[in-house]
Design a protein around this ligand. Structure first.
Ligand SMILES: *Cc1c(COP(=O)(O)O)cnc(C)c1O
Length: 365
């Protein structure tokens, strides 16, 4: 079986965790601060605030921008559920925007029509590791005075026009779930250039405690979203590995593009100039997905459907549905993600490409 994901954990991670356990400081402490500094440095942001997950990073990030009840936040209708749920956590309204079928990211040309006087922020998602089209998006946000919060949970190490994902907008949020390009078990990170946002996020993550005070000064509601030093120790090692792991993902994706570029009935991921896609997922569009799935299952090859429904089709989000989200609806029925993770051998990639090509040929018969 070729699995769809396989986290790479080595002796370095084990030794780092062991050292934290031996230190007796296993909650949030010096390792977490070290990880924050290293991560901020890596993405080219001034500050980073570590949290317990990508979801809690998004929640904390939105709260740090002042998003609350009565506010609207524009999000793509084709993403992981946490993108929209984080908006709901704040008592705000997710306003869905369709995606571009070539990049699977928010269709920036459709955002303007969705802006109202209640719109507080827009949340582009760098889906599958492909950066959203940030230049026109930032222009639009500036024109309408909107905050920009990037959901970078799938895009560690991606870049757009020479700039790293994590350095755009007011802030961006990452996840370190085991299937992502790097992991801490569970974990998340907010990156920002704003000291004010970083301080606020750090406080909200820690029961709303004032940063400068020793003791129990809580001047607002907050949460316990603190990363542990155990997780941070893993994260520091994973960050060292990340460029190498991403290179392997890119190499695997390039091989798959070469083998599948001409296959009938599938569209391979768009390769754009001036953009580094880090292939959190390698996602095809298929005319006949059921056929491809059947063939992959017969051949014991893992796959994933990210995501089988557009966000506005989930029961608790249906009340936010509206016309004009056709691509999201269509893509949910067409996409299939193939294994692309760094543990694949060259032979695994050949096998995978062979199985998909074969399914495409059969479909033609
Ligand atoms: C993984 C993911 C999240 C949530 O991250 P968790 O760490 O699982 O909470 C949010 N948005 C997107 C696009 C994701 O892929």
């Amino acid at each position: 079986m070729i699995p769809i994901a396989n986290p790479v954990i080595g002796d370095e991670e084990k030794a780092a965790v062991s050292a934290v356990l031996d230190s007796g400081m296993i909650a949030s402490g010096p390792k977490t601060r070290e990880f924050e500094e290293a991560f901020a440095d890596y993405v080219g942001a001034r500050y980073a605030v570590a949290t317990t997950s990508g979801t809690t990073a998004l929640h904390t990030g939105l709260l740090s921008l002042g998003v609350g009840s009565g506010d609207e936040v524009i999000v793509p209708s084709f993403s992981f559920i946490a993108t929209a749920n984080a908006v709901l956590f704040c008592g705000a309204t997710p306003v869905f925007c369709d995606v571009d079928p070539d990049t699977f990211t928010i269709d920036v040309s459709q955002i303007e029509d969705l802006v109202t006087d209640r719109t507080k922020a827009v949340m582009p998602v760098h889906l599958y590791g492909q950066p959203a089209d940030m230049a026109p998006l930032m222009d639009l946000a500036r024109r309408h005075d909107l905050h920009v919060i990037g959901d970078a949970c799938q895009a560690h190490g991606a870049s757009y026009r020479g700039r790293m994902v994590g350095s755009f907008g007011d802030l961006e949020c990452f996840s370190f779930y085991p299937t992502k390009n790097m992991t801490t078990g569970e974990g998340g990170m907010i990156t920002t250039d704003s000291e004010e946002i970083a301080d606020l996020a750090a406080s909200i993550r820690n029961h709303g405690r004032a940063q400068t005070e020793r003791g129990y000064a809580h001047d607002k509601v907050g949460y316990n979203y603190r990363m542990t030093d155990i997780a941070a120790a893993i994260g520091l090692q994973q960050l060292e590995r990340l460029p190498g792991l991403n290179e392997k993902r890119k190499r695997n994706a390039t091989m798959l593009n070469e083998r599948l570029g001409d296959a009938d009935g599938v569209v391979t991921p768009a390769v754009l100039d001036d953009v580094e896609h880090v292939y959190h997922q390698y996602t095809l569009r298929c005319d006949d997905r059921a056929k491809v799935i059947e063939h992959m299952e017969q051949n014991d090859v893992g796959y994933g459907i990210y995501y089988p429904q557009p966000l506005h089709a989930y029961p608790h989000l249906q009340r936010f549905a509206h016309d004009g989200l056709e691509w999201s609806e269509r893509l949910a029925g067409e996409v299939i993600s193939l294994p692309v993770h760094p543990s694949l051998s060259r032979r695994d990639v050949e096998t995978l490409a062979g199985v998909v090509s074969e399914a495409c040929r059969r479909r033609g018969r």
